[in-house]
Design a protein. Sequence first.
Length: 441
Amino acid sequence: MADEPEEPQNPFKGTPFEQFFAQGLGGLGGLGGVGGQGMPDLNQLFGQLQSMMQPYDGPLNWDVALDLARKTVAQSPDPSPTSAQQNAVADAVQLADHWLDETTSFPSGVTTASAWSRAEWVVGTTDVWKVLVEPVARQSVGALGTALPEEAQAQAGPILGILGRAIGMLLANQVGSGLGTLAGEVLSVSDIGVPLAPAGKAALVPANVTAFAAGLDVPEEDVLLYLALREAAHQRLFAGVPWLRDHLVGAVTAYAEGIEVNVEGIQQRVEEQMRGIDPTNPEAMQQLLEGGMFELPDSPAQKAALERLEVTLALVEGWVDEVVGQATDGRMPTAGKLQEAVRRRRAAGGPAEQTFATLVGLELRPRRLRDASTLWGSLRTRQGVEARDGVWMHPDLLPTAADLDDPLGFREGASVPEALSEEDFDAELRKLLDGPSDPEE
C-alpha cells in the first residue's frame, strides 16, 4: 500500500462542494493528518465515501432507509397487535362506515381493515413514500450538476456522480430516521392527509392510539371509533374522487421540479456552517446535515405548488372533519372533545410533522383545516350533501385559498332547485366546468 501522499488533493475541486472539503478539511487546524497540512486521513474519508457507494437503484438507497427505519422503531417496544385488537379495529371501522352512510354521498371505500404494529406501518406504506420522496430526492441530486457552468460540468462529471450517490446515501439516512419517527406517532394510514396504503386498505396503529388517548380523559373505545371514522372518511373520499390521489402526488412532484440551485449560495452556506465542525466526527457531520446544509430556498414554482398542496390538503381534512362531525352528532358525546384534540394535534405539528417536512422537503400540514371545515359545512347547510360532495367532481371546482379566506361566502350566490334531480345536478356541474359556451358551436 502506498505511503501517504505529500500533497493530498481535494477530490471535489470544481464542484459546488469544493468549499465543503477545502474549508472543512484543509482549513481546520489541529485535526492531525497527512503531510503536516492539517488534513485528516484521506484514506479514512474515502473509506467513509466507499461505504456510501454501494450499488442501489433510484436517487436514494431504500434498503438502507428501511433498515434504519426498523431499527428506529425497535428502540421502543413494538408488539404485534393481538387478535382482540384486530377485531376491535375491524368492528370500529365497520360501525364507522355504517354511520358515514348517512352523511355523505360517497360509498364506502374500505375493502380491508387491519391493526398494524409500527414496523408493519413502515412496510405497508413504503411504496407510497417512494412515490412522494423520490421526485424531490432525484431533483435535488440532479440539480447540483445542472447548476454548474457547462465547462465545469465536463470537468466535474465523475466527481458529481460520486457526490450524487453520497448525497443519496445521506438522504436515505434522513428518510429512514424520519419514517421510524413517524411510525411512533401516526394513528392510521391516512393520518397525514395522503393515503399511504393501497386503495381500500384501512389500518390503525393500536399502540399509538393508546398513547394518543392517554391524556384525553375519554374512553379508549371512543377514541378508537372516532379515529376509525376519520380513516373510513378518508377512504371514502379518495375512492370516490379518483383524480385526488394523483392531484396531491402531482403537487409534490411539481414542487420537486421547481427546485433551483444557487451554487454560489450553497458554497457560502457550506463555508459558514463548516466553521468549527470536525469532519472526522460522524455525529458532528450528521448534525450539520440535519441543520439544513442542503436546504434551498423555495423558487416561485415551488411556492405555487406548495400553496396548491396546502389548500388541497386543508380541503381534504376539512371535508373529513365535517362529515365525521355529522356522523357523530347525537351519537357520541365525546366527539367534540376528540375533534378539538385532533385539530390541535394537526395545527401544532410536532416531531412527526417536522419529520415529514424533512422527508419530502416541504410541509404537508394543512394550516386551514378549520376554515375548510366551515366552508364544507356552510355549503351543506345551504345546498345539501350532494352539492357539497359534488364539488369534488373536478379539481377546477375546488375552493381556492381566497375561498378559504371567506369560507361562508363560497358559492353564496349559487342556488339549487328545490327538488334536485340527478340530471339537473349533472347539468349544473357541467356548466361550472365548461364555462360560457362557444358561440361558434
